[in-house]
Design a protein around this ligand. Structure first.
Ligand code: ATP
Ligand code: MG
Length: 562
């Protein structure tokens, strides 16, 4: 990850500073260890980016380490595809995990041993109630729970039953291992939470080795302790789970030895308006075909943002702007869009592409001649160099840049009046040609050969021009496909829609322009390269792009439009 000077401070940094000052993590030369712990049950989204930059960022700022650990305790919902996509996304964001990728499933032996030691110590028991009985006896916020009739089983009996669970001798749903805490605890998470359940499904990492799987709340503290995590950072919904996290580690003290005694700290989730950030909902969009996959450029996934043309730097900048706090809030999508706009305005080379072509025939252009005009790659950055743009007697301009009649406010081409073709000559529109339906199919004009390289807005001696428009030479231009994207939802808060989040999907979130024409240099631009199409917006080359048929995705418009 690149060094980063204006690192924002926040309450978690204050906690770490204090811990380091007190020598909490081994004194001199100590270092902090964080982790990013995704469950491989979907692709990462913009919310995860906040957690990624927080965890990897802290490790970088304090010269510590950050591990990448898959929390893979629910094999029925997980897959190798998700594992691969998550690794690719974290790497693409520029974050490097310490050592090998870890899996909670790497620790299943240790976690099992922890369970056995808790049983021996009388801190856990096998409950043979049905799932319905367990739910009913848990009570609720106003009623205490009721002890299971199996709560007082002896350690020997529990050990034998737990072993039977592990050997596959018991059916799913007939037994679970529970922590023996307090069925009357005000915090529901402490009412004898389930530690292990039977699931006779194949696991993407451990195959058929196990038919019992530990629960997240049991797995997480142990995995953190095994990896020597010092600061275990998670989102606020885990706050009420922290007492259980601490209970597990406290009870294991003296029974198991670990390199660290991790502490959990919670921060606010990132919520963005005009989209959803829940893997379950994103999966639904994919599964039901509302979008074209997890990396559809309209998705708030990391891979979707990447395909849309976002840069890792812009996503990181956005996360820095959002900050790390303990209060939940909804961030405006416009903030994410302005982060990428600022980045691309500075770094993206310029190019011309006509989205809705209208032919402009220059009647006094020398027959057959092709001129090479020079244009800067970037108006403020000379170091980016120049490019050559071919010009001939027939060019395309955008349909929206021509009107037969218009008042002075229309700063484009009007019949009888003049504009400059960007980086080229001044032309005057003289006539229009129509098809049978009366639609204008061609504009005729003349050009002034003396106007090249002059002040773009003026044409000395003849007064101010209406404006400057972009264009592409008809013979040399490359036909391309342009995909115009808009927000996926029309409501600021899709989750609050009474009829469900799918009810406010934007029907015009994707518009495909088949007939666009790009300047020839764009034909060879590799996938993911990004440009400002002058006067149109920022675009990137899609992975579907071919040299004979480039495909460009709209990343963001030139200006804020909402
Ligand atoms: P989702 O709710 O979208 O399904 P999740 O929390 O189940 O996400 P995990 O794979 O468990 O997804 O998340 C990995 C890490 O990313 C966790 O530490 C989680 O707290 C964090 N995280 C997930 N969503 C957000 C978010 N919107 N903002 C910040 N951090 C997040
Ligand atoms: Mg989760």
């Amino acid at each position: 990850m690149t060094e980063h000077t204006d690192t924002p401070t926040h309450f978690i940094r204050q906690i770490i500073d204090k811990d380091l000052a007190e020598g909490k993590h081994g004194g001199k030369g100590e270092h902090i260890v964080t982790r990013f712990p995704p469950e491989p049950n979907g692709y990462l989204h913009i919310g995860h980016a906040k957690s990624i930059f927080l965890n990897f960022g802290l490790a970088e700022q304090y010269r510590g380490a950050c591990t990448l650990r898959f929390d893979d305790t629910n094999p029925a919902k997980e897959s190798e595809e998700y594992v691969a996509s998550i690794k690719a996304d974290v790497s693409w964001l520029g974050c490097q995990w310490a050592g090998e990728v870890r899996y909670a499933s790497d620790y299943f032996d240790v976690i099992h041993a922890c369970a056995v030691s808790l049983i021996r110590a009388g801190q856990a028991y096998v409950d043979s109630q049905t799932p319905e009985q367990i739910a009913a006896n848990r009570g609720d916020f106003t009623h205490p729970g009721t002890d299971s009739p199996f709560r007082e089983r002896s350690a020997e009996e529990n050990l034998a039953l737990f072993e039977a669970m592990r050997q596959g001798e018991l059916d799913e749903g007939t037994a679970v291992l529970r922590a023996k805490i307090d069925m009357r605890a005000p915090n529901m998470n402490m009412r004898d939470p389930v530690l292990y359940r039977i699931r006779k499904v194949r696991h993407h990492q451990t195959g058929d080795t196990w038919c019992i799987y530990p629960m997240y709340d049991f797995t997480h503290p142990i995995s953190d302790a095994i990896e020597g995590i010092t600061h275990s950072l998670c989102t606020l919904e885990f706050e009420a789970h922290r007492p259980l996290y601490d209970w597990v580690l406290d009870k294991l003290e003296g029974l198991q030895s670990f390199p660290s005694r991790p502490r959990q700290y919670e921060f606010a989730r990132l919520n963005l308006n005009y989209t959803v950030t829940s893997k379950r909902k994103l999966k639904l969009l994919v599964d039901e075909g509302h979008v074209q996959g997890w990396d559809d450029p309209r998705m708030p996934t990391i891979s979707g943002l990447r395909r849309r043309g976002y840069t890792p730097a812009a996503i990181r900048r956005f996360c820095d702007m959002v900050g790390v706090a303990r209060a939940d809030s909804v961030v405006d999508m416009g903030m994410l869009e302005s982060a990428i706009r600022d980045d691309l305005n500075q770094h993206a080379p310029r190019a011309m592409c006509v989205l809705r072509p209208l032919k402009l025939v220059i009647e006094n252009w020398p027959a057959g001649e092709v001129a090479e005009l020079e244009a800067p790659m970037h108006p403020q950055n000379e170091a980016m160099g120049t490019r050559e743009i071919p010009m001939s007697g027939e060019v395309f301009i955008d349909r929206e840049d021509f009107q037969e009649e218009a008042n002075k406010k229309f700063k484009r081409l009007v019949l009888g009046d003049r504009v400059r073709l960007r980086y080229g000559y001044v032309v005057r529109a003289t006539d229009v040609i129509r098809d049978d339906q009366g639609e204008i199919v061609e504009v005729r004009c003349t050009y002034d050969p003396d106007t090249l390289g002059k002040n773009p807005e003026n044409d000395e001696g003849q007064g101010k021009l209406r404006g400057v428009i972009h264009w592409v030479s008809a013979a040399q231009g490359v036909p391309c496909e342009v995909r115009l994207y808009d927000r996926l939802f029309t409501a600021a808060n899709p989750d609050r829609e009474e009829a469900g989040f799918l009810s406010c999907m934007n029907p015009s979130s994707l518009q495909v322009l088949e007939g666009a024409v790009a300047e020839p240099s764009l034909a060879v631009a590799p996938a993911e390269s990004r440009f400002q199409f002058e006067r149109e917006g920022y675009f990137c080359v899609d992975r579907d792009s071919q040299p004979e048929r480039p495909v460009f995705n709209l990343t963001v418009g030139l200006r804020e439009s909402f």
